[in-house]
Design a protein around this ligand. Structure first.
Ligand code: URA
Length: 436
């Protein structure tokens, strides 16, 4: 089969056959001189971006990508295995809270996460701010964590969905990331390879998200549910607001502190409520409880401290220092803090999550490119959230940084990252839609 013919089929709006998709995915996984070069792959990616894919094509692409590498078989570990995945946001630390809560309710949570890129953060970076925490467990260590703690939090190993690694890197530099079939296949291929039976998707929508409008977010959520189901995975999706940062702390070590506070029952309402809702969906997919009973179970795991206990055990099991739970001074901390004051009195009407994420990246807490090093210490605490009133000398943002020049650059970004008005805006809903 000639690559040019496959590209032509899609360029002309045709449907790719299973054999054509298999050839494309094999080439992406191996780049072995089978006639496909990188320029063929990128041409086909652009044709898919422009012409789309049918649900059947997307389902087949997803399965082929999942099968391009190792697929974990966790059948020998007792219990229902359910993971959660977010499409990415600012201050989105729910994984650190809902993973322990769901595990405390009896769900086995084999969580494979990613690193932050651009303005959005990544679970692995947050966890690595805990001294000693190892996100690169061997398969045997990962299985041991799941058996002992019910929760393992690691990065994707090199042999999980290798086709996605090639394709994602090519999409990143060829303006073909924002394609619903390609995003669906990329996310679900990695999740199918994890050996889970259920997946809760948190599809973020708004200024700080990939999907800026509700229509785009709904289309992605529908595609994820349909394609997951077609591949034997139970997928439940929430569409949730990402206009303002979630919670108040943004930046790696700072987000660990806010997550621990949430597990102690002291978290901000938006972060706690979303984490509980997502964990309840995991409990439902696991078949442990349904509806209000699932949420009540999760709330009990929170109020009893059972979730916090799982997080402590998880840190210990993965080589981290569990004393951070009771002593935040054991986490890396930026040497300097600077308040950014409102300047004018009024009600905060909006905080732009993307701008806050960019300011954290400028401080050193995020990446421009996948290979960049990050500084776990830096970040921003949002002291005034939408709906709150500030006086002229009150702090809106607290910058935690290590370098004066970067801090003043971040402050300049933050000056355009919020709006003030006379009256507080109506409280926006956090959950914008639900699909099962
Ligand atoms: N996250 C992924 O893993 N893949 C995409 O294509 C987009 C977001």
């Amino acid at each position: 089969m000639r690559p040019g013919d496959v590209i032509q089929t899609k360029r002309d709006g045709g449907e790719l056959s299973h054999a054509q998709i298999a050839a494309f995915v094999n080439a992406a996984a191996r780049l072995d001189g089978s006639g496909w070069e990188k320029y063929h792959l990128t041409a086909l990616l652009m044709a898919i971006y422009l012409k789309g894919m049918t649900p059947a094509e997307t389902a087949h692409l997803t399965r082929a990508m999942a099968e391009s590498g190792t697929r974990l078989d966790l059948a020998d570990i007792a219990g229902p295995k359910v993971d959660k995945h977010s499409t990415g946001g600012v201050g989105d630390k729910t994984s650190l809270i809902l993973g322990p809560l769901a595990a405390a309710c009896g769900v086995v949570v084999p969580m494979m996460s990613g690193r932050g890129l651009g303005h959005s953060g990544g679970t692995l970076d947050k966890l690595e701010s805990i001294p000693g925490f190892n996100v690169n467990l061997t398969e045997a260590q990962f299985r041991a964590a799941l058996r002992k703690v019910g929760l393992g939090m690691i990065g994707q190993t090199a042999d999980i969905a290798p086709a996605d690694k090639t394709l994602y890197a090519l999409r990143d530099v060829t303006a073909t990331v924002e394609s619903i079939p390609l995003i669906t296949a990329s996310i679900l291929s990695k999740k199918l390879a994890e050996g889970i039976s259920g997946l809760v998707m948190d599809v973020k929508c708004g200024a700080g998200a990939f999907m800026k409008t509700r229509e785009q977010a709904r289309a992605l959520a529908e595609s994820l549910v349909a394609v997951g189901t077609a591949n034997g995975l139970r997928v439940s999706a929430l569409i949730t607001a990402m206009d303002a940062p979630l919670g108040r702390y943004v930046g790696n070590a700072l987000e660990v502190i806010e997550s621990i506070e949430a597990l102690k029952g002291n978290g901000p309402a938006d972060l706690t409520d979303l984490s509980v809702k997502l964990a309840a969906r995991m409990v439902e997919l696991a078949g442990i409880a349904t509806g209000p009973d699932a949420e009540a179970k999760v709330r009990t795991a929170l109020s009893s401290g059972a979730g916090l206990d799982v997080f402590r055990k998880c840190i210990e099991q993965q080589g981290g220092d569990p004393r951070v739970i009771d002593d935040y001074s054991r986490l890396p901390r930026a040497p300097g803090t600077v308040p950014f004051v409102a300047g004018t009195a009024g009600s905060i009407t909006s905080i732009n999550a993307e701008q806050v994420g960019i300011a954290v990246r400028v401080l050193g807490g995020g990446r421009n490119r996948a290979e960049d090093e990050i500084d776990h210490r830096v970040g921003i605490i949002v002291r005034a959230k939408p709906g709150e009133y500030v006086t002229a000398d009150q702090t809106v943002f607290e910058l935690h940084g290590c370098d004066a020049a970067k801090m003043s650059q971040a402050a300049a970004i933050l000056s355009g990252a919020y709006t003030l008005g006379e009256a507080p805006p109506p409280e926006p809903p956090l959950v914008l839609g639900e699909l099962t």
